[in-house]
Design a binder for this molecule. Structure first.
Ligand SMILES: [Zn+2]
Length: 388
């Protein structure tokens, strides 16, 4: 009977959806008591008790915390994520390193392995990927899934790293299939900055905001977008690329074939060269950051980067009107005053809603945001009910 089947399916979907919401509120620390959960989810306390009991039974949630009331017979015990709950692996794949972490559902890192290398070829890379994931998986781990956060372009639907620039000629890495076959768990692949946006949105500095723009500064400039509280996803799953938004049609030629793309001006190679020339010293980026307040020519290089970023980011701010912009990867070491200046520029020059500032923040998770984003590619599937 098709009608009843449909009814059953939607009831099952609703059940998963509610279980996922409960898990998210507990894991992200937004609600820990049954009454908080009832208020947040718009359900009765009886309904919450029912869902919580199911989740305790399934090993996701456990009773925890103190009694909230001293009145006899009215104990209100909080809830927490169970130690038995499934764990997730986050795997970050970059041009010259990979990093794997094992996380619990509250995004605590339980194991952490990094391998730094200029990859010789695809075989070496995939061999190290499998070995790094094995190393973060203690015997008997209840593994829910593996989430990949990779440099792009990446086909997120097929789990294939296509043909990144400066990736030692490596292309078409079927990382999703590779991990699924080896570890027999669901694998979710995404661009590194999309993944970091998710981590910041669920657990970090963008928590509680619906519309978020993540910008990652490195060899190139990448981006991730959360819109209406959901990961932005085009029809084919490719990530938004702010690095290839032009800020000058007559500007320098970009590797993509256009002129004046943001990342032709703002990339780690050019930045480091300009900083070396301005200071007359060969230093690490962190040291240039520290010296920038003492050396005016060096300060000028930073101010120029802020100006270029302001123009590029404003293009997206005027299109999407995000509440918060998170600037990550290499940018996490930059002095706060440049973040403030970027925020002021955006506020003064944006077209709409002048009453509300678009915040510009560092990632709460700093340089861990991207690998944790990998883990969030799995954890978010628990929160939306897909893996429950
Ligand atoms: Zn370009």
């Amino acid at each position: 009977m098709p009608h009843n089947k449909k009814m059953d399916l939607s009831r099952e979907d609703l059940r998963k959806h509610n279980r996922g919401r409960l898990l998210k509120l507990i894991a992200t620390g937004m609600s820990l008591s049954r009454s908080d959960l009832a208020a947040n989810m718009g359900l009765t306390k009886t309904a919450i008790t029912h869902i919580a009991n199911e989740m305790i039974e399934l090993g996701y949630v456990e009773e925890a915390g103190k009694e909230e009331s001293s009145r006899p017979g009215r104990k209100n015990i909080g809830l927490d994520i169970s130690e038995k709950a499934p764990k997730s692996v986050g795997l970050l794949i970059m041009r010259d390193y990979i990093r794997a972490v094992l996380c619990d559902m509250k995004l605590n890192i339980l194991k952490d392995v990094s391998v730094y290398r200029e990859w010789a070829d695809k075989e070496e890379l995939t061999g190290e990927i499998l070995s790094a994931v094995r190393k973060v998986l203690p015997e008997g781990t209840r593994l829910g899934g593996i989430g990949v956060a990779s440099i792009g372009p990446i086909d997120t639907k097929e789990g294939v790293i296509k043909k990144p620039l400066f990736f030692h000629g490596i292309q078409d890495v079927h990382v999703g299939e590779l991990l699924e076959e080896e570890f027999e768990v669901p694998v979710f692949c995404d661009n590194d900055n999309q993944s970091a946006a998710l981590a910041e949105h669920l657990f970090g500095n963008a928590r509680g905001y619906e519309d978020v723009l993540m910008v990652g500064m490195g060899r190139g400039v990448g981006s991730g977008i959360i819109i209406h509280g959901e990961r932005f996803s085009g029809h084919d799953g490719y990530a938004p690329e702010i690095g290839h938004v032009s800020i000058d049609k007559d500007g320098p030629m970009c590797t993509c074939g256009r002129r004046g793309c943001l990342e032709t001006y703002v990339n780690s190679t050019t930045n480091m060269r300009n900083m070396r020339d301005a200071s007359g010293r060969e230093l690490k980026f962190k040291e240039y950051c520290r010296l920038s307040s003492e050396l005016p020519p060096l300060d000028a290089v930073f101010l120029d980067i802020v100006e270029k970023l302001s123009v590029g980011i404003l293009n997206l701010v005027n299109l999407l009107n995000p509440e918060v912009v998170i600037l990550g990867h290499g940018a996490v070491d930059c002095p706060d005053r440049y973040f403030k200046l970027l925020e002021d520029n955006i506020h003064e020059r944006k077209f709409s809603n002048k009453d509300k500032r678009t915040l510009v923040l560092k990632p709460f998770f700093g340089k861990d945001a991207h690998v944790l984003g990998g883990a969030c590619n799995v954890i978010s599937r628990y929160f939306n009910g897909e893996l429950l």
